[in-house]
Design a protein around this ligand. Structure first.
Ligand code: PLP
Length: 229
């Protein structure tokens, strides 16, 4: 299948999930996950109008940025971010989905301040408490968000979560439901330095369930480019 056809299929599934949950397509942001995908293949998706690019490695971002940096793209850092690598991408990325600790917040703030930028971030939550995944435990999120007040060059724009892989995504619906509940809970606190705008959840295998439960950013790679090598 071509990238064009894959995207059309994803779009249809997004629309169907929106219909099932009384939501509108325009309220869902599709981030195209391009990790391991070479620039010339990425370009096919970009030419079809997709502008939100998701990458999980600093080195890959800096490399691809050399060719694509001038394009009108919106770069999402969706992977675990090492503190000592913040400096390489702080000027390139538009939204970091993986803020999960204070040391990273401190470094992001420092590097953003240096270039007179306010960096938009999502706080990563590990709802299912999987050992293999990063992110804060649900019960620690509120306290962490309050600490971020000390960092004026970071703007929290929402939450991100990853569900455990399950062949039947119905089994992990609770993860998205709990993330959405937390999202609403934080929103209701109306903290001045927090703007709960984005809830980033759902990948190729489970984005339809995520949309039904309230995701407004979904991150899809395999469904668009096929299985990664
Ligand atoms: C790789 C990745 C995705 C996309 O996964 P697919 O199953 O290929 O759609 C989404 N989010 C994160 C954080 C990822 O690392």
């Amino acid at each position: 299948m071509s990238i064009n056809e894959n995207i059309r299929e994803i779009e249809q599934k997004i629309n169907e999930a929106c219909n099932r949950s009384n939501r509108e397509r325009k309220d869902i942001n599709l981030v195209v996950v391009t990790k391991t995908i070479p620039v010339d293949i990425m370009s096919e998706a970009i030419e079809l109008g997709l502008k939100d690019i998701g990458e999980n490695k600093v080195q890959e971002i800096t490399k691809k940025y050399e060719t694509l940096g001038d394009s009108d793209l919106y770069w999402h850092m969706i992977g675990h971010l090492q503190t000592n690598k913040v400096k390489y991408i702080i000027d390139k990325v538009d939204l970091i989905h993986s803020l999960d600790r204070k040391s990273l917040a401190k470094e992001l703030n420092k590097r953003a301040k240096k270039i007179d930028k306010v960096i938009d971030v999502l706080v990563q939550v590990n709802i299912a408490e999987e050992e293999s995944k990063f992110g804060l435990k649900k019960e620690n999120v509120m306290e962490f968000l309050k600490v971020l007040k000390e960092y004026p060059n970071i703007k929290v724009k929402g939450l991100m979560t990853m569900a455990p892989y399950d062949e039947d995504p119905q089994n992990i619906r609770y993860v998205f439901k709990e993330a959405k509940e937390l999202f609403e809970e934080v929103k209701n606190q109306q903290l001045a330095h927090i703007e709960m705008e984005y809830l980033s959840m759902g990948m190729t295998n489970d984005f339809e369930v995520a949309i039904e439960e309230g995701a407004n950013i979904i991150r899809v790679g395999t469904g668009i480019f096929g299985k990664r090598k």
